[in-house]
Design a protein around this ligand. Structure first.
Ligand code: FE2
Length: 233
């Protein structure tokens, strides 16, 4: 108990000793930083405001389709808005393609069942990674990522897939068509992101989306065959 008493005394005593010289300097210091009412009257307080702060916090609910400038990533609002619009289109189409793969993984039948069952699920997992990368890029840009199935269905450019179970060649055909639609948009959007200087979005589209989708097209295309694998007698 003795130790705190010893250290407490100098702390409280210090302002009294320094009071006389500090009183001469403090008004000038305070006047430079405090222009409000009562400036210079609180000279002993050495707390200064942090200057140049601005409140960019988003509203409690951020509307879909808007972008905030909350994150300092060196991109202007028009560029962010443009990229977010493009990325939400790619997101809706990628979510749709991802779910097509799972549907076909479950429903595939026939002599190539095992291969396609595994391949479709592998591609589903890879598309799920892309979905997350696109959605998080949208949030980084200050936008709002489309997420729910009903919103995705409205936005997607991929034709609606029927609930019915379709034959493997039809599944393959649908997947290749969806990939091609998505890839055409990717090439267009990558150019636009590059023109605006949004290198991160350009890189995401080229390095992840285009590369992954092209690879998947290759693997799925090899299952397009003219002749049946089994000839029934
Ligand atoms: Fe499964």
């Amino acid at each position: 108990m003795a130790a705190p008493a010893k250290t407490a005394a100098p702390k409280t005593a210090a302002p009294k000793k320094a009071a006389a010289p500090a009183a001469k300097k403090a008004p000038a210091k305070a006047a430079a930083t405090n222009t409000g009412k009562g400036a210079g009257t609180n000279a002993a307080v050495d707390i200064q405001p942090i200057l140049n702060q601005q409140n960019h916090a988003p509203a409690p609910t951020q509307r879909y389709g808007t972008v905030s400038q909350r994150l300092p990533i060196g991109l202007d609002e028009q560029t962010r808005q443009s990229s977010v619009t493009m990325l939400n289109q790619l997101l809706a189409d990628t979510i749709t393609l991802r779910d097509m793969y799972k549907k076909h993984h479950w429903q595939v039948v026939g002599p190539t069942f095992y291969q396609l069952h595994l391949l479709f699920d592998k591609h589903y997992e890879e598309q799920a990674v892309l979905v997350d990368a696109i959605a998080e890029r949208i949030q980084i840009l200050g936008g709002v990522a489309v997420a729910m199935a009903h919103d995705v269905a409205e936005l997607s450019s991929i034709p609606r897939v029927p609930r019915d179970r379709e034959e493997a060649p039809v599944q393959v055909s649908r997947l290749l068509d969806a990939h091609q639609r998505l890839l055409k948009n990717c090439h267009d959007y990558a150019d636009k992101a590059d023109e605006r200087g949004d290198d991160g979005t350009n890189d995401l589209i080229v390095s992840q989306l285009i590369r992954t989708n092209e690879m998947q097209v290759w693997f799925v295309s090899e299952h397009v065959v003219d002749s049946p694998l089994i000839q029934a007698e």
